[in-house]
Design a protein around this ligand. Structure first.
Ligand code: PNW
Length: 447
């Protein structure tokens, strides 16, 4: 028997600024690293950009009305740093900040809890020019920016997150280079990981001094499994993969230490950080956010870098359009693992969803996306399993409210519960949006 979802459990959708807003330079905003990256030939599929995206910056009121229609009780969005501080530090741009003030007011007027993320990958280009996440000044810049946001919005925003998926920032931006700024260096990635966690800790400390609500960290976790006939070498590779992707950020933030496997993963690129500096990465947070999409079944692979492991395709598995295996059981297991390893902190699923091929809008205006409905149903049930197994899970956000700019994959991959026609900006709720609305209306009883 599954326990019912607790009273007050939040039902949300998540988005991020650069992926949906458009109008990247409006009202005095500064250029971001992504604004540049999408203009670098060969970086983004189809040369797609966030110049218009879902035009949410201009359609915000209608979009919040749509959230209300679906019955969302929470909305997770991110703040574009360069709208607030065009040069990344120093001068505050009141007009840019004003957009988020209006968004938050609109959400509250519709009874929707705002969940604000300070950093979802769009860095002011002016800071990138000064070293970006490699710079030892980043923790100061980030803490200053965070305080501007807290000061303006903490009276209305009950839940904050510092960083979205620090692993993706370091790995995508500085190790493999598929995301902005597109560097490829293990030496840089190790430094960036450390600067990210220093910045997180500094923002949390600033919040403890001036905030009145709750602040946390959002990580992406992908459990690393091995096949039934795994060798000791396969198992070791899986442990390295787990340390690199799943514990590299949570351990310092919550336990004040880096996983010991990281020196093997990074080799000569792993800096010998002073113990006191590592201990200082630990800061008391109020909740953890989990972005969960898939698991990986890995084998040792000497050619893979930096972790000598590659994921094996599972015969009979269901795969999404981004090549991710559907595996809801791993969501339940991950929530229980986080609960046990990190001291029973309140947990939120801050992203969960799937890109599937969607049929075109039918004549009657409906879009049937049965695979996405199946994905959501099985994963929300997995959240309920985790609650039944004792994890303190307090909310769920589907990724994503809209089809949007899937970073380097452009607009080709659709994660939305709401279809967006990018030539007309017409929004059409898919069957998955209707399904989710019914789940919300029944507080999880109609799965
Ligand atoms: C997340 N991985 O990114 C991001 O937070 C979203 O902005 C993004 O649109 C969404 O997932 C869908 O991709 C991830 O390789 C990117 O494990 C890569 C991974 C995980 C999450």
């Amino acid at each position: 028997m599954r326990q019912p979802f607790p009273p007050g459990f939040l039902w949300g959708c998540a988005t991020s600024a650069y992926q949906i807003e458009g109008s990247p330079l409006a009202d005095g905003a500064g250029v971001s690293n992504w604004h540049r990256f999408v203009r670098t030939p060969g970086r983004v599929l189809g040369a797609d950009t966030g110049d218009v995206a879902c035009d949410h910056y201009r359609r915000m009121k209608d979009d919040v009305a749509l959230m209300r229609e679906l019955g969302l009780t929470a909305y997770r969005f991110s703040i574009a740093w360069g709208r607030v501080l065009p040069e990344g530090s120093g001068r505050i741009n009141a007009a840019g900040l004003g957009f988020y003030e209006r968004l938050v007011d609109e959400l509250l007027a519709h009874g929707i809890t705002p969940m604000a993320t300070l950093y979802h990958w769009d860095l002011p280009a002016a800071l990138d020019d000064r070293g970006g996440w490699l710079s030892p000044d980043m923790p100061d810049w980030f803490a200053d920016y965070a305080q501007v946001c807290f000061k303006a919005l903490d009276d209305r925003v009950p839940m904050w997150t510092t960083l979205n998926e620090p692993w993706v920032v370091a790995d995508g931006g500085y190790m493999h280079g598929v995301l902005a700024p597109g560097h490829r260096s293990a030496f840089e990635a190790a430094i960036v990981a450390h600067r990210l966690m220093q910045s997180h800790a500094r923002a949390v400390q600033a919040y403890r001094a001036m905030g009145r609500n709750r602040i946390g960290l959002v990580v992406n976790i992908e459990p690393k499994h091995v096949p039934a006939d795994a060798s000791e070498q396969d198992r070791h590779a899986a442990r390295l993969a787990d340390a690199y992707m799943n514990r590299q950020y949570l351990d310092p933030a919550l336990l004040g230490s880096y996983p010991e496997e990281l020196s093997e993963v990074f080799g000569e690129a792993w800096p010998d950080w002073p113990a006191a500096e590592v201990e200082a990465l630990k800061a008391p947070i109020d909740f953890l956010g989990l972005n969960y999409y898939t698991r990986a079944v890995v084998r040792h692979d000497a050619k893979a870098w930096p972790v000598p492991a590659t994921a094996q395709r599972q015969p009979g598995g269901i795969y999404t359009e981004t090549g991710w295996e559907l595996h809801p059981q791993s969501l339940a297991d991950t929530l229980v693992w986080m609960h046990e390893r990190y001291g029973g902190l309140p947990l939120y699923v801050t992203e969960n969803g799937a890109a599937f091929y969607d049929p075109p809008v039918a004549i009657d205006g409906r879009i049937d996306d049965p695979l996405r409905v199946h994905y959501l149903r099985t994963h929300i049930a997995a959240v309920q399993d985790a609650i039944t197994r004792g994890a303190d899970v307090r909310g769920y956000c589907a990724w994503s409210l809209f089809d949007n700019l899937e970073w380097a994959l452009g607009f080709a991959k659709r994660f939305g519960l709401v279809h967006v026609d990018f030539s007309t900006q017409q929004r059409t709720p898919k069957a998955s949006a209707r399904f989710y609305a019914d789940v919300i209306a029944s507080h999880g009883a109609h799965l």
